[in-house]
Design a protein around this ligand. Structure first.
Ligand SMILES: Cc1cc2nc3c(=O)[nH]c(=O)nc-3n(C[C@H](O)[C@H](O)[C@H](O)COP(=O)(O)O)c2cc1C
Length: 244
């Protein structure tokens, strides 16, 4: 047997296939409404301005121009730019029953992830670590101060992280998806986040900003920074954004 067939990745895909003659899912129950997204009620809140979506961008041009950019200037982002990036990532665009539907699709409308931001340089915003509150379109300040060195070191010292004005950090909320899809959930969570990340890249391109997805990091260094357990909630993906 080829060696790769003994590996985790191969066995995972094989063991999470759907078959016509087997039940396609096995709900373990439902998630209480309060656990559909996290919030930090004690944190100081920064209300993001409503994004101005009136200025059109050419989708075809954005797709053609999108690139992973790693060299940013030290210029800060504006609050309006940050608000548009956040809206592109996870803005609520409709309601369907208890679901807050967003700019990016998600299997079962579960949105099994949380968005954190390290803000290094955004006009009018204190440097620090924030959590995005989906329902309020606000940022909850978890810790103020510079975490540039810590995050860069956690990302294998990549200069693109050090140069970023903002770093989006996404965690996977395992149980939120596993309750419905059991082990197949770990196919869906990265798919969901791929859509979200692409939205941020396209929005960055539309505004003339640079961005770069980041998949190389020491997971538990980031988990520790965010104060999450690395099991039920664990970091999965990052993207840097900065001025070109
Ligand atoms: C899942 C994923 C992880 C990535 N991780 C990194 C990374 O850690 N560092 C980096 O510089 N680029 C990273 N990239 C960017 C890729 O290197 C880039 O997308 C690829 O070279 C193609 O270039 P393009 O995005 O400009 O088309 C990642 C991209 C994806 C989709």
């Amino acid at each position: 047997m080829a060696r790769y067939k003994q590996g985790l990745a191969f066995r995972y895909i094989q063991n999470t296939k759907y078959y016509r003659d087997r039940p396609w899912r096995d709900d373990l129950g439902s998630i209480p409404a309060t656990r559909r997204f996290k919030n930090y009620p004690e944190a100081e809140r920064l209300q993001l301005p409503e994004p101005d979506l009136s200025r059109p961008a050419n989708l075809w041009q954005c797709l053609a121009k999108r690139r992973s950019e790693r060299d940013y200037t030290t210029n800060p982002l504006s609050l309006e730019e940050l608000s548009k990036l956040m809206w592109a990532a996870q803005g609520v665009t409709a309601r369907a029953g208890i679901h807050l539907l967003r700019t990016a699709p998600s299997a079962g409308a579960l949105y099994p992830f949380e968005t954190y931001l390290y803000i290094d340089r955004v006009e009018e915003v204190t440097q620090g670590l924030y959590h995005f509150n989906v329902a309020d379109f606000s940022l909850e300040c978890l810790q103020d101060g510079s975490f540039n060195q810590l995050i860069t070191r956690a990302c294998f010292g990549q200069p693109v992280v050090r140069r970023a004005a903002v770093v989006f950090i996404w965690t996977a909320m395992m149980l939120r998806c596993m309750v419905k899809y059991r082990d197949r959930a770990m196919r869906y969570i990265p798919m969901d986040l791929g859509h979200v990340c692409q939205n941020v890249q396209l929005a960055s391109t539309a505004m003339g900003l640079g961005s770069c997805p980041i998949g190389a990091f020491y997971d538990d260094d980031i988990n520790e920074l965010l104060g999450v357990d690395g099991e039920e909630e664990t970091v999965l993906y990052l993207i840097t954004v900065g001025n070109l």
